[in-house]
Design a protein around this ligand. Structure first.
Ligand code: FDA
Length: 410
């Protein structure tokens, strides 16, 4: 029996792989989608707390790279400006999926992430995409076409269901986050096999942890959430977010910390303003004039009371009626709340990370098509590439847009 031949084989039936397969299929190409996991698009299913934050309306289409991290974040501009949040929203609406905006442009399915998966599968069916799942990939070789020039050749892919051949091979195997639902380093290994450079990978959008002893005074605050301004980095590279922070038993979490974790470098400090928008020195000075309450009680009018108690208990100078407090002591308290500097000792790792930073070096890829410059017919899309979005639907938008750019070129 001869080896089945496809125009394109796509490895990875996640967000990017499904979308690319659907678009290529609808262009009339014969497409095979292969994934080793039992269930299709498991990451879409668990995303956004089960409601899939599928895009972000605030993505600035003139400067979309602002919301992305990577050695060359500008790389994502071409794809993101050619397939925009409005394009994906139009698709969601065509499928009759109800959605809502939650916060800062983040769009979620009203009912369930399953609706987004059903939409992607319906789009694949419309493109007559063949999907083999679960089906592992054992080996990939490039068969150079003796008669052809530099662009000729095909790929032989050895799968658990036998070998297949394709004119184009698209790698959409995602990052390393959440290994228990099928994440592997396959994409990075394949890139290395074809001599592509990689940017070192590390987990992103995840909680940060602290040494047990150093964290002991704050562990009592576990469960407390409050809006903060969080920043990291030296002057020029400084990144800051105003978002909610969540104290945990082991450290810090919540959107503020997830966002900053993608910019935080191990060994460097974070600065947190625990009362953004509040003029603490002025508020405490005024309270001193009019009140005889304990400092912690006055502070509780400005920040959550659990935080006020925990902070005031850090110094004997702060455990007295506010009218008896020294001006300097109040100024120090205000400064410590407005600029809490702390250095995380670690992260919760890939088991808790929403994304993987780093990946296939964008210098090796065409930003128009996602094809490898030095390896004709080989494409990398989605999270496997060294482009990582902010929390808030940006990663899915990158998956859709990079998939779309690739599908137009196959
Ligand atoms: P994705 O990970 O979706 O797909 C990769 C596929 O490749 C998987 O199906 C996997 O089984 C398959 N695969 C891997 N190795 C293979 C191998 N060796 N052989 C065959 N197949 C293989 N983003 C966002 O924008 N909004 C959100 O709400 C969320 N929420 C969220 C929650 C949680 C808990 C996580 C972990 C992540 C998010 N994200 C998110 C991030 C988002 O899920 C992620 O960026 C995209 O799914 C990336 O899409 P890809 O298609 O690139 O990879």
């Amino acid at each position: 029996m001869s080896t089945p031949f496809f125009d394109a084989v796509i490895i990875g039936a996640g967000a990017a792989g499904l979308f690319c397969a659907a678009q290529a299929g609808q262009r009339g190409l014969k497409v095979l989608l292969v994934d080793h996991a039992d269930k299709v698009a498991e990451k879409v299913r668990i995303s956004g707390g089960g409601r899939c934050n599928f895009t972000n309306r605030d993505l600035d289409v003139r400067a979309p790279h602002k919301h992305f991290v990577g050695q060359n974040a500008q790389f994502c501009r071409s794809a993101l400006s050619r397939y925009t949040p409005a394009d994906f929203i139009a698709l969601v609406e065509r499928h009759g999926i109800a959605y809502h905006e939650k916060h800062k442009g983040q769009l979620f399915a009203d009912r369930s992430a399953e609706d987004i998966i059903a939409m992607l599968l319906a789009e694949c069916a419309q493109g007559r995409v063949e999907r083999w799942q679960p089906c592992g990939v054992k080996n990939v070789v490039f068969l150079a076409d003796e008669a052809g020039g530099s662009s000729a050749g095909s790929y032989q892919i050895d799968t658990d269901r036998g070998p297949v051949q394709a004119r184009s091979l698209v790698v959409a195997t995602g990052g390393l986050s959440i290994p228990k639902i099928g994440a592997t380093d396959f994409g990075y290994r394949l890139a290395q096999q074809f001599g592509l450079p990689l940017v070192a990978q590390r987990p992103g959008l995840l909680p940060l942890t602290f040494d047990g002893q150093a964290w002991a005074p704050y562990a009592q605050l576990a469960g407390l959430a409050l809006p903060v301004e969080i920043s990291t980095g030296a002057k020029k590279e400084r990144m800051a977010f105003v978002e909610d922070l969540l104290f945990t038993h082991r450290g810090l979490s919540g959107p503020a910390v997830l966002q900053i974790s993608s910019y935080w470098q191990p060994g460097t400090p974070l600065a947190i303003n625990l009362a953004p928008g509040v003029d603490l020195p002025a508020a405490l000075a005024q309270a001193k004039v009019r009140s005889r309450k304990l400092i912690a009680n006055e502070l509780a009018a400005l920040v959550p009371s659990r935080l006020a108690d925990a902070w005031a208990s850090q110094s004997a100078d702060w455990q007295r009626p506010i009218n008896e407090a020294a001006d300097k002591a109040l100024a120090r308290l205000a400064e410590r709340l407005a600029r809490w500097e702390l250095t995380p000792t670690g992260t919760e790792g890939y088991k808790k990370a929403e994304v993987t930073l780093g990946g296939v070096d964008t210098r090796a890829l065409s930003q128009q098509t996602m094809e490898c410059k030095a390896q004709p017919g080989l494409y990398f899309i989605g999270e496997v590439v060294d482009i990582t979005g902010w929390l808030g639907g940006y990663n899915f938008q990158w998956a859709w847009a990079s998939a779309h750019a690739c599908a137009q070129a196959l």
